[in-house]
Design a protein around this ligand. Sequence first.
Ligand code: C2E
Ligand code: CA
Ligand code: CA
Ligand code: CA
Length: 276
Amino acid sequence: AKKLGRNRFSYYAPSMQEAAVSKMHMISDMHQAIKNKEFYLLYQPIIDLESGKAHKAESLIRWNHPKLGIISPADFIPLAEETGLINEIGQWVLKESVRCAQHLRAEFDKTFQISVNTSPVQYRNEDRAYPPFEKLIQPMNADGSLIVIEITESMLMDAEDSINTKLYALRDAGIQVALDDFGTGYSSLSYLKRFDIDYLKIDQSFVRGMKGGSSDHALCEAIIVMAHKLGMKVIAEGVETEEQKALLVAAGCDYGQGYLFAKPLSMADLENFIHH
Ligand code: C2E
Ligand code: CA
Ligand code: CA
Ligand code: CA
């Protein structure tokens, strides 16, 4: 803020230089964040719409920055992707999610799964430091079915042949795959034929606009029918109202996720949620 006189400030967008400096700070802070245990995961239940129970949850990362407080992933994941730090963060997320699922299976529910977000970058330079997920979880004595890997359509565009090989390797290890944010981005239907995907997650922008007879309602219905014909299960994201839920149930949607059921929860709150 620039001083204009006593108690008067004019706020202006940071200059290019200031922006570059704060970006550099952010990058070096991110390097420290893993060591200092500043990242943590919240878990949002995914509800089986038939039984009303949650046998799955999605892990969502948060950064508790020592000076800035809690930072949402939208504000640091892009920078982590740009710098390659997402490889390290992503490994931590995967391991932490596996640990969570192992705990929940032992204590509450033998079929529980944690759905893990991944970035396209994480599939690019796999080497000994950043092995593929199925290799990474081996030393944890982890059953692949503990996790579902969420990928986005942009990743399927990346390098089709090698991606398919990687998806097969996941499948061989028992790890399921969900296509996130379906309906946004490129949405080429040919992806659904070419890649073996277990779950389609309908993006919340479609669910939000759902009212009986609306075009979003028609789109959701069509996506559900198509996904089922192709052997996939459907998860609707961002379910906030009873009306949306009722329309989704009527359309045969398999799972729902959203504030209507639960916000992203701490591990302790998730335990309570699935226990009651
Ligand atoms: P996403 O994978 O699409 O996750 C769903 C987002 O919608 C989450 O935001 C969640 O808190 C929010 N949400 C859930 N239910 C509702 C609802 O009923 N209404 C509304 N308005 N929003 C709802 P969040 O936690 O801020 O995450 C944002 C994005 O950051 C995620 O979008 C995902 O793309 C990315 N992300 C989060 N965790 C990770 C991670 O561990 N790794 C990577 N690579 N990306 C992550
Ligand atoms: Ca997701
Ligand atoms: Ca999503
Ligand atoms: Ca399938």
